[in-house]
Design a protein around this ligand. Structure first.
Ligand SMILES: *[C@@H]1O[C@H](CO)[C@@H](O)[C@H](O)[C@H]1NC(C)=O
Ligand SMILES: *[C@@H]1O[C@H](CO)[C@@H](O)[C@H](O)[C@H]1NC(C)=O
Ligand SMILES: *[C@@H]1O[C@H](CO)[C@@H](O)[C@H](O)[C@H]1NC(C)=O
Ligand SMILES: *[C@@H]1O[C@H](CO)[C@@H](O)[C@H](O)[C@H]1NC(C)=O
Ligand SMILES: *[C@@H]1O[C@H](CO)[C@@H](O)[C@H](O)[C@H]1NC(C)=O
Ligand SMILES: *[C@@H]1O[C@H](CO)[C@@H](O)[C@H](O)[C@H]1NC(C)=O
Ligand SMILES: *[C@@H]1O[C@H](CO)[C@@H](O)[C@H](O)[C@H]1NC(C)=O
Ligand SMILES: *[C@@H]1O[C@H](CO)[C@@H](O)[C@H](O)[C@H]1NC(C)=O
Ligand SMILES: *[C@@H]1O[C@H](CO)[C@@H](O)[C@H](O)[C@H]1NC(C)=O
Ligand SMILES: *[C@@H]1O[C@H](CO)[C@@H](O)[C@H](O)[C@H]1NC(C)=O
Ligand SMILES: *[C@@H]1O[C@H](CO)[C@@H](O)[C@H](O)[C@H]1NC(C)=O
Ligand SMILES: *[C@@H]1O[C@H](CO)[C@@H](O)[C@H](O)[C@H]1NC(C)=O
Ligand SMILES: [Cu+2]
Length: 636
């Protein structure tokens, strides 16, 4: 009797947890999402957009991803999923897996035991997701705390007419010394413009707003309708009403929207660029997009809808209260302070730094280092200097203090966790210099701080977050603006490495993916498996600018050369690379001492021939090209 009870309970559980198998191949196809320009986009099994994934809590996902590109590696990341005991399925290339070579297949095999809500997936390689390689991922809750009648998923993104490789080569370039990001052409909702949402009257909708973009934050507001926020980034919160939401790339807001009884007319659903994130505003850029909430197909479509103070009246997510009422961790065991700076290195290219380090991927995946270093996996040295890896002890409370010394906003994402938001400073754009977090000053820490997995920091300001290191794994912490990730705005947590070794085994397929891309999966960051403390040959960032030759100098010179030669001051990134021999002209504008210093440094480069100064990542490739280009022009 007892036995049969046990076994039927077992079968009931087994029947509930389903396995979803996906078999996807990447490729390219032409598409015209914004209705104004057809371009190649990344397809899934020949189609665009990519499919929505929907599973139940507790289910298993087996996703076969075949790299159908002929000339690029790829990987897939499932944004926001904790990947407990499956850090090898997380997706960042050269951290948790080897890049998937053209023609090869990786099996992403994991469960979603403890999470529900709105997530998404995207390529974590070379900005590919901005070319379309991304989709939504919803985990249904069998027992939700709120009620609704209907559910709808809405994706949001900016859209470029050029592909990411083209944009990256002008972005990560000596001719773009300020690191101005490419300006998108449009905003999309559900991969289209003028999206139509047919609604029923007097109905409560759960709307899952998912920003699958790579750069610009958006303001969202509706004509005569209110958002009731019930969850952010997969974390339920106490209901809070607002007329406007500010959503950065990679964030999610689950909102309830109750429709009207009156069906005589239709309403506008507006998206608006956060214009402050754009370096320039070209005349033909429309800073908003109009979508339609349609009650009545015979009635007119609404005009665009305007609200005042859209840039100050939005909901501040700092004030959300998680439904789990988890109290703030009242102290920390380990504090990490990260100063965000964007600056030029010796090749003239603009990079991004956490406390002086611009992330450069290791020679073998960091997870391979964890698995092969034995007891030495607990020593951060083995992960190399330029991965900016920090080893965390099991279950310690970690505090990240992030001081943004840059004048832009940045949305930061931690893999493998949600974190508590302890403090976030106001916008200090108007201050002469950045204001850092002052730990001795009195702050009001919320009793039940908001938890999420993407948080933006205001210009020249700071945030403080805490999390418990209770999920052994190799977890990336990075700016989710793809351009800034490409510039190196990332670091790595090696969380409880001995716990990873004890509880996770690399699958045969995982190892095969490495073999098929001719990559070793043992050794330290330099691939050395004999002496884990010998980092000869590791990848490092470019050298600093020569003494006396400041980044400000380069910027000023490039601009003055442009304005001198062309007669106008070009403040944008575009157009600059069209000017022939720009660097020669810049050099001509240097005073003799500066010029000698620059050329001498260039000669030294060739003479020294340092073996460890090789930067060889997919993302570093175009920087290297730009650097080479620069060298050739200088010595000519
Ligand atoms: C995936 O699809 C390809 C092409 O249709 C097929 O060859 C392969 O066997 C499929 N793999 C799985 C695991 O279903
Ligand atoms: C794919 O990754 C391997 C290993 O990092 C690298 O050697 C190769 O250049 C990459 N291929 C492309 C096309 O980027
Ligand atoms: C996925 O992982 C589970 C658990 O390790 C395993 O039982 C299953 O066989 C794996 N699926 C495939 C197709 O390898
Ligand atoms: C958006 O697209 C999804 C499919 O990706 C669809 O289920 C949903 O209804 C669409 N929502 C709106 C408002 O168009
Ligand atoms: C809408 O109609 C329902 C019945 O269909 C009614 O109960 C409700 O009060 C109405 N709401 C408003 C705002 O008039
Ligand atoms: C829909 O709109 C048309 C045109 O404005 C109007 O004649 C009709 O009454 C409306 N229908 C409803 C159900 O409100
Ligand atoms: C479609 O959206 C664009 C951009 O928001 C807007 O300029 C245009 O007027 C819209 N078209 C229609 C028919 O409303
Ligand atoms: C939308 O953007 C255009 C151009 O950027 C501007 O003229 C218009 O006023 C904006 N409309 C709204 C509703 O913000
Ligand atoms: C709702 O948001 C406001 C700030 O906009 C905050 O003061 C309030 O505490 C929040 N209430 C809940 C229940 O989240
Ligand atoms: C760890 O490093 C030490 C040298 O510092 C070496 O003696 C030892 O064998 C290493 N352990 C493993 C498991 O590689
Ligand atoms: C930090 O705060 C303490 C206490 O309010 C104050 O005495 C100190 O001057 C502050 N430090 C800075 C650098 O502002
Ligand atoms: C392995 O995982 C289990 C379940 O999460 C945990 O209880 C155990 O402590 C882990 N082992 C190690 C060595 O971390
Ligand atoms: Cu950023």
């Amino acid at each position: 009797m007892r036995l049969s009870l046990v076994s039927s309970a077992f079968f009931a559980a087994a029947a509930l947890a389903e396995t979803h198998v996906f078999n996807w191949t990447t490729g390219w196809v032409n598409a015209n999402p914004d209705g104004t320009y057809e371009r190649p986009v990344i397809s899934c099994n020949g189609e665009f957009p990519w499919p929505d994934i929907r599973v139940n809590k507790g289910d298993r996902v087996e996703l076969y991803l075949t790299n159908g590109f002929t000339d690029a590696n790829t990987t897939l990341h499932f944004h926001g999923l904790f990947q407990e005991h499956s850090t090898q399925m997380d997706g960042p290339p050269l951290l948790t897996q080897c890049p998937i070579a053209p023609g090869d297949t990786m099996l992403y095999n994991f469960t979603v035991p403890d999470q529900v809500g709105s997530f998404w997936y995207h390529s974590h390689t070379s900005g590919q997701y901005m070319d379309g390689m991304r989709g939504t991922f919803v985990i249904e809750d069998p027992d939700p705390p709120y009620e609704w009648d209907e559910e709808v998923v809405i994706s949001l993104t900016e859209w470029y007419h050029d592909d990411v490789n083209t944009l990256t080569s002008s972005f990560l370039n000596v001719y773009n010394p300020t690191g101005a990001e490419p300006i998108p052409q449009n905003l999309l909702m559900n991969n289209t413009r003028n999206n139509t949402w047919h609604v029923k009257p007097d109905t409560t909708y759960l709307v899952r707003l998912i920003n699958i973009g790579g750069f610009v934050s958006q303001y969202l507001y509706m004509e005569d309708h209110t958002f009731t926020i019930i969850a952010v980034d997969g974390v339920y919160v106490e209901k809070n009403e607002t007329d406007e939401i500010y959503i950065t790339v990679a964030q999610r807001y689950d909102v309830l929207i109750h429709t009207k009884n009156d069906t005589s007319r239709n309403y506008a659903f507006m998206q608006k660029f956060d214009e402050t994130m754009l370096d320039t505003t070209p005349d033909d850029l429309v800073l908003n997009a109009t979508n339609y909430i349609v009650y009545n197909d015979s009635a007119d479509l609404p005009d665009e809808y305007t609200i005042d103070n859209y840039d100050t009246a939005y909901f501040d997510d700092f004030y959300l209260v998680p439904l789990d009422k988890k109290e703030a961790y009242d102290s920390y065991d380990y504090q990490v302070t990260l100063d965000v700076v964007m600056d030029n290195l010796g090749n003239g290219v603009n990079y991004a730094f956490f406390s002086g380090v611009s992330y450069v991927a290791p020679v073998v995946p960091a997870l391979a280092t964890v698995m092969s270093a034995g007891e030495n996996a607990t020593d951060a040295t083995v992960y190399g200097t330029n991965t900016h890896s920090i080893v965390l002890q099991k279950d310690e409370i970690v505090e990240i203090v992030l001081n943004n010394q840059d004048t832009g906003k940045h949305p930061f994402h931690l893999h493998g966790h949600v974190f508590q938001v302890i403090e976030r400073g106001p916008d200090y754009s108007d201050e002469a210099s950045p204001i850092s977090y002052n730990e001795s000053a009195p702050y009001d820490v919320p009793e039940y701080p908001m938890q999420r997995d993407v948080l933006y920091v205001q210009p020249q300001s700071y945030f403080v977050i805490r999390f418990k290191a209770d999920n052994p794994g190799v977890w990336f912490f990075h700016c989710h603006i793809e351009w800034h990730l490409i510039q190196g705005l990332a670091m790595v947590f090696i969380e409880d490495p001995l716990g990873i070794q004890a509880n996770e085994t690399l699958t045969d397929n995982w190892k095969q993916v490495c073999e098929n891309v001719n990559m070793s999966y043992v050794g330290n960051a330099a691939g050395n498996d004999k002496d884990f403390f010998d980092l000869t040959g590791q990848n490092v960032q470019e050298k600093a600018l020569p003494a006396g030759f400041t980044a400000r100098g380069i910027v000023a010179l490039v601009f003055s050369a442009v304005s001198g030669v062309v007669g106008i001051i070009v403040i944008g990134w575009y157009g600059m690379s069209d000017i022939p021999n720009l660097e020669k002209r810049v050099l001509a504008g240097l005073n003799p001492d500066e010029r000698a210093a620059f050329l001498a440094e260039d000669d030294n480069d060739e003479a020294e021939d340092e073996p460890e100064a090789t930067e060889d990542t997919e993302e570093g490739e175009s920087a290297k090209l730009a650097a080479k280009e620069g060298t050739t022009q200088v010595s000519n």
